[in-house]
Design a binder for this molecule. Structure first.
Ligand SMILES: [Ca+2]
Length: 200
């Protein structure tokens, strides 16, 4: 009886753990430069040729979320009407589940305000989150199942646009083999426990 209860408990735990793993299976930041992402922006503040000052678009996909301007890890456009930043995702069309936007932190956080986030597929806008508020540090935007190959962030008004980092997370629809194994083993133990209960 004690063994049956243990089997049942372990089965439930393993099945639940398997499902939890499946929900997070193979999440990849496809915006990341090292994963093939390529960033552009409407303009770049700084002096060309002086990389220490030139605040290029690729700084938002360099893998560093530090928002301090002095670390040289954030982007910066000129002060202009509806400045934008965009990334073409590595690997082409991806199923996007979450976009994380990291703001500048040493000053001027309010510049990132009233901004639109748009997902494109083949140059056509397929999903948007409009007029977002200022993130204190990071804003996590969760999407329904959206297939796209580019993400654009644009202010609705006039200002500088600075971004510390933009992460575009995709979740594979195919669970990893070990996730399946955990789920099946858990369900198997549940079956054994149920069978024994019927016999007794
Ligand atoms: Ca960065």
């Amino acid at each position: 009886m004690v063994i049956r209860k243990m089997n049942l408990a372990i089965g439930i735990l393993m099945a639940a753990f398997g499902l939890a793993l499946q929900a997070n299976a193979a999440s990849t930041n496809v915006a990341l430069s090292s994963n093939g992402g390529v960033a552009t922006q409407s303009s770049t503040l700084g002096t060309p040729g002086n990389d220490g000052f030139l605040q290029v678009a690729s700084r938002a996909i360099d893998g560093d979320t530090n928002g301090n301007w002095f670390t040289g890890k954030i982007t910066h456009t000129n002060n202009e009407f509806q400045p934008w930043w965009q990334v073409s995702l590595g690997g082409g069309i991806s199923t996007i589940s979450e976009i994380d936007i990291w703001n500048r932190t040493d000053c001027c956080t309010g510049r990132l305000n009233h901004y639109d986030v748009t997902v494109f597929s083949g140059g056509v806008a397929v999903w948007s989150s409009l007029n977002n508020p200022t993130p204190a540090l990071q804003e996590a935007i969760f999407l329904p199942t959206v297939a796209g190959d580019a993400v654009k962030i644009q202010l609705e008004g006039s200002d500088y646009l600075s971004l510390a980092e933009v992460q575009v997370w995709t979740t594979s629809a195919v669970p990893e083999p070990e996730t399946y194994a955990m789920l099946l083993a858990g369900l198997g133990l549940l079956g054994v426990a149920a069978g024994r209960r019927k016999q007794s």
